[in-house]
Design a protein around this ligand. Structure first.
Ligand code: PRX
Length: 635
């Protein structure tokens, strides 16, 4: 029996038990059988859940790009590694074989080295969904540089903050990006960002849209001529198992974004293992994850997971609504996709459109369909299951986080019976628990609580870049000795998990994780604003949308509210990005506060949802009368 592949339910339970009883043996076997190592480990793990210190595969030596590319060359050299599907369907799709990927990544790795990038240096990658994005990431991994991919929808302020936090030496970007019928000038955004980021020495620029750009002498270089000159072979750096692989920023409920740090071997082992099992991956499959590589889903399931398994993976540059709402279904038919992995927000948006868009295409190449990023509601689940999966493809509702690195709770296709809206059972190796308010573990089934993980797993983030204390406090102090996810969940009568949503001040909008604090900070910068509070409220398509309660300064009170709202949204767009825009803005004269000055968001959340039934205990409020006023003014 191989631990790498789960065959049936009996095998699942057997493996699950084994992973709990003998975790060292379990992970040792998976790591041993499925990867190439320069040197094996002395010890499988050394962990401390109190101090939040985690080491996996101690002293092993490995390179993940070698595992993604080189080791497949003998058997799969001419097999397609990446299919690039451009934004414009009339532009030809590109098939990049493993041989070609090797050459492209080698050239890029040589360019990076020539430009002075060394092992341990941080490189910010701010690119659209084009092959160069994958190549740049793999090249960083090849030479041991730490990649920090920033989603190419973030504003210059957000890019600059991320660059500065991890002190990136280089930025890799493009002249522009295509998104549906729009072109976005990425280089302009980078130029603006770099005005406040002096640590960046070099900018490599990919030509994609042919938009005219300004190239700063001595700093900015067109990438293609460098690649043309570079050698097509390269030696991969020997990395320690715990050497950093990448930083990826995620929003917290307070303060600046958290640079989650993932390290090499643990991330590699767990990502590959989950890809194989959760998507029932087999040799000739064509896998398509529609996420952006700028998020963890893209890191783990467009790039690393598929390539580690020698799979064919799709990089899609476009959007689901361009040229029309049939784009996803057209691409599935065109490339004979076998596994399709997307977000509930996309499903809800497409389910609103005519069924003809789906029914025009034959989707019978599909074998497994997946969902990620936020809870999938019952209606969306059934639409996806019926009209895309044809009721024959298992729908895997996968729960995980940037911090977990890869999928944690999910059905295994053809193994775990699915149940609408349930992420179902933990993968072998993962030990979820539900906790009550008194920090006790809730035993038994049909219970509700805060979702924690009580035992470490290989791909957990090791720290927050530059701030281990914050890492420890955010994830390991609410429930001492356990990893706290920030999510609430319920466990049904058979032990299936259903994720009910965040229990902290993070709101998931269209599958994007947004912390309320940075948005409030952006609003408060408007000269007319005195104070603000943001909460999420249910939205048909986005899952949640943002509702802002804003107190104006006296000087702002006479202002036209429509204009003011527009200006505030522009500020948010500039500070964070358009994804954080407010759907509703209510101007109020005060906010419900406790005597210690804390805003009672629980009440604001209920008002935003339009649920006035029971505000709970308001006796601790300093200004209970404000609740009535806000209720009356609700939009
Ligand atoms: O609240 C959970 C939600 O997304 C959060 C993690 O967001 P992020 O780090 O951006 O990673 C998203 C992609 C893995 C979680 O804390 N979430 C993710 N998947 C699900 C989910 N909520 C419900 N069901 C899911 N399948």
């Amino acid at each position: 029996m191989s631990y790498y592949k789960i065959h049936d339910l009996e095998n699942y339970f057997k493996m699950y038990k084994k992973s709990v009883r003998e975790p060292r043996k379990f992970w040792d076997r998976i790591a041993d059988e499925n990867f190439v190592w320069y040197q094996k480990w002395d010890k499988v793990f050394e962990v401390d859940m109190q101090e939040a210190n985690f080491k996996w595969f101690l002293n092993a030596k490995v390179n993940i790009s070698k595992n993604c590319i080189d080791r497949h060359l003998a058997k799969r050299g001419t097999k397609t590694a990446i299919i690039f599907e451009p934004n414009d369907p009339s532009e030809q799709a590109l098939h990049i074989s493993y041989n070609e990927l090797y050459e492209r990544v080698s050239k890029m790795a040589n360019v990076l080295r020539d430009q002075g990038i060394q092992k341990g240096d941080r490189v910010c990658i701010y690119l659209p969904m084009i092959p160069e994005l994958a190549v740049a990431i793999l090249a960083c991994a090849r030479i041991g540089a730490i990649h920090s991919v920033v989603f190419a929808g973030f504003s210059s302020t957000a890019v600059s903050a991320r660059i500065n936090d991890s002190e990136c030496k280089m930025v890799i970007t493009s002249d522009g990006s295509y998104r549906g019928n729009k072109t976005i000038d990425l280089k302009v955004i980078v130029d603006e960002a770099l005005e406040k980021s002096p640590c960046v020495e070099k900018v490599l620029v990919v030509k994609r849209t042919n938009t005219p750009v300004t190239m700063k002498e001595g700093r900015d270089i067109w990438l293609q001529p460098l690649l043309d000159e570079a050698m097509g072979t390269s030696v991969a750096e020997i990395m320690d198992a715990e050497d950093p692989l990448f930083i990826l920023y995620t929003s917290g409920s307070t303060g600046k974004p958290k640079g989650m740090l993932h390290t090499t071997a643990g991330y590699m082992v767990y990502t590959a293992y989950t890809f194989k099992n959760v998507f029932n991956y087999e040799e000739n499959d064509v896998f398509w994850c529609t996420a952006d590589i700028g998020w963890i889903t893209g890191h783990s399931y467009i790039l690393y997971g598929p390539l580690l398994n020698g799979a064919t993976t799709v990089i899609f540059e476009g959007v689901p609504s361009y040229p029309d709402f049939s784009r996803f279904w057209e691409v599935i038919q065109k490339h004979q996709i076998t596994q399709f992995y997307t977000a509930p927000t996309a499903i809800r948006a497409l389910a609103k459109e005519s069924l003809d868009y789906v029914q025009k295409f034959t989707l019978n190449s599909l074998k497994v369909i997946g969902s990620v990023g936020e809870p999938i509601n019952e209606e969306a689940w059934h639409w996806y299951n019926d009209h895309v999966g044809g009721k024959r493809c298992p729908l895997v509702d996968t729960w995980w986080q940037t911090e977990t690195g890869a999928i944690m709770i999910s059905p295994i296709p053809f193994v775990t019976p699915t149940k609408p809206t349930y992420a179902s059972l933990p993968l072998p190796g993962i030990q979820p628990v539900l906790m009550d308010e008194l920090r006790n573990e809730i035993e038994g089934n049909q219970v509700n609580g805060s979702l924690c993980i009580k035992f470490p797993w290989p791909s957990m983030a090791r720290t927050i870049w530059g701030d281990h204390q914050r890492y420890k406090e955010t994830y390991f102090t609410a429930f001492p000795g356990k990893y706290f996810t920030g999510d609430g969940a319920l466990r049904d009568e058979v032990g299936y998990y259903r994720i009910t949503g965040r229990v902290d001040d993070v709101v998931i909008v269209s599958g994007h994780n947004l912390g309320t604090a940075p948005i409030e900070d952006a609003i408060n910068e408007h000269p007319a604003v005195a104070e603000s509070a943001i909460v999420g409220f249910p939205h048909d398509i986005k899952g949640n949308a943002l509702y802002a309660f804003i107190i104006l300064k006296e000087s702002g009170e006479g202002r036209d509210k429509t204009n003011l709202s527009k200006e505030i949204n522009e500020m948010i767009s500039n500070q964070i990005g358009p994804i954080a825009k407010l759907d509703k803005i209510q101007f109020v004269s005060g906010l419900p506060k406790t005597r210690s000055g804390k805003i009672m968001r629980r009440i604001l959340r209920k008002i935003a949802e339009g649920d006035f039934s029971n505000f709970g205990d308001t006796s601790t409020l300093l200004n209970p009368e404000i609740v009535e006023e806000i209720k009356e003014g609700k939009l």
